[in-house]
Ligand binder design. Structure first.
Ligand code: ADP
Ligand code: MG
Length: 324
């Protein structure tokens, strides 16, 4: 049990980590619609509902089972850094170990729904449920049984802002999926799933930001193609610097891209004019490694200067086109 709790603590750090795993599962399940509902920043309740392929009773029983026994043998492994490799196939199991979890699911085209309830790592009940096709995972009282973890949770505002960041990233990276986020009964945003980045930006950031954004239309002349939107520093006021980068459809944290964007603005940025950019890079898979550190979302480029060059050029061109 100790090992299980330590392992869970590593993958489930805060409500946003639960949300991330559940939304990824919904995307893996081919969902066209994902609704994320949280209460109290997610500390009280998280529910992620999708219209994906769903699960049969056998599927859902298997989904919460402990898949790996060899990954973490003991605490020494944890210290040796084994945990940083990530936990494939462990998310539902580990979430189930540190919260009260209910999964309600029905396979596409199936005639029977199933509800599975878990508490503290044990399956409490499995039974039939009347539910639509797709899956809803509800996680309440996160860390109720790990008081040390619970103590580290921050304020509702902070925890919610992490949740918002995560859901926003997936909504922008998947504009063809209708993603909604609701906090304490209030809808924060809902994308249409129409498929274009601009309508997703509009849903997430509002009209004022979306209409002032300048498109970056990367023509793929080299190994890297860059597209997306950057802000006009004259009209868009971001409360902080914000450059989000997606590589081959996946969010990454990239200082290289960020620096290239900032320098493309040249001397136009003053203290209260923060740039705001959402950029999608298409890169040949052998030019980038996005699995350096899955949880930190770092990536390693095989040719860093080519990336810098491509991003710098495309963003400069976009700004120039708008007389900036
Ligand atoms: P992983 O995603 O790495 O396989 P998880 O613990 O996150 O591990 O999920 C275990 C399994 O449960 C998935 O492989 C999938 O088969 C099933 N599953 C989880 N969430 C969903 C969902 N929303 N819809 C359909 N199947 C799901
Ligand atoms: Mg998963």
């Amino acid at each position: 049990a100790t090992v299980r709790k330590i392992a869970a603590g590593e993958v489930v750090e805060r409500p946003a980590s639960v949300v991330k795993e559940l939304v990824e599962n919904s995307l893996d399940a081919d969902a066209d619609r994902i609704d994320v509902t949280v209460e109290n920043g997610g500390t009280e309740r998280i529910a992620v509902s999708d219209d994906g392929i769903g699960m049969s009773e056998d599927d859902v029983r298997a989904a919460v089972r402990e898949h790996t026994t060899s990954k973490i043998e003991d605490a020494a492994d944890l210290q040796a850094g084994v945990t940083t490799l990530g936990f494939r196939g462990e998310a539902l199991h580990t979430i189930g170990a540190v919260a009260r979890t209910t999964i309600t699911t029905k396979p596409r085209g199936g005639d029977r729904g199933t509800e599975l309830r878990m508490e503290g790592g044990e399956v409490e009940s499995v039974g039939p449920a009347g539910c639509p096709e797709g899956t809803t995972v509800e996680v309440t009282d996160l860390f109720y049984n790990t008081p040390a973890r619970r103590k580290y949770l921050k304020t509702t505002t902070t925890e919610f802002s992490h949740v918002n960041t995560v859901v926003t990233r997936y909504a922008l990276a998947n504009p063809d999926v209708a993603v909604s986020l609701t906090h304490d009964g209030r809808e924060v945003f809902a994308t249409t799933g129409r498929g274009d980045l601009q309508s997703a930006l509009l849903s997430v950031y509002g009209r004022e930001v979306a209409t002032a954004m300048i498109p970056v239309e990367g023509e793929s002349d080299g190994a890297v193609s860059v597209s997306g939107y950057v802000s006009d520093p004259e009209t868009t006021r971001s409360t902080r610097e914000y450059v989000s980068t997606y590589v081959n459809g996946r969010y990454v944290s990239s200082p290289v891209v960020r620096d290239a964007v900032l320098s493309a603005y040249g001397g136009q940025l003053s203290a209260e004019r923060y740039p705001f950019a959402v950029l999608f890079l298409d890169v040949a898979p052998d030019e980038v490694d996005v699995n350096v550190h899955p949880r930190k979302m770092e990536c390693r480029w095989s040719d860093e200067s080519a990336v810098k060059e491509a991003v710098g050029t495309e963003v400069e061109d976009a700004l120039l086109d708008h007389g900036l």
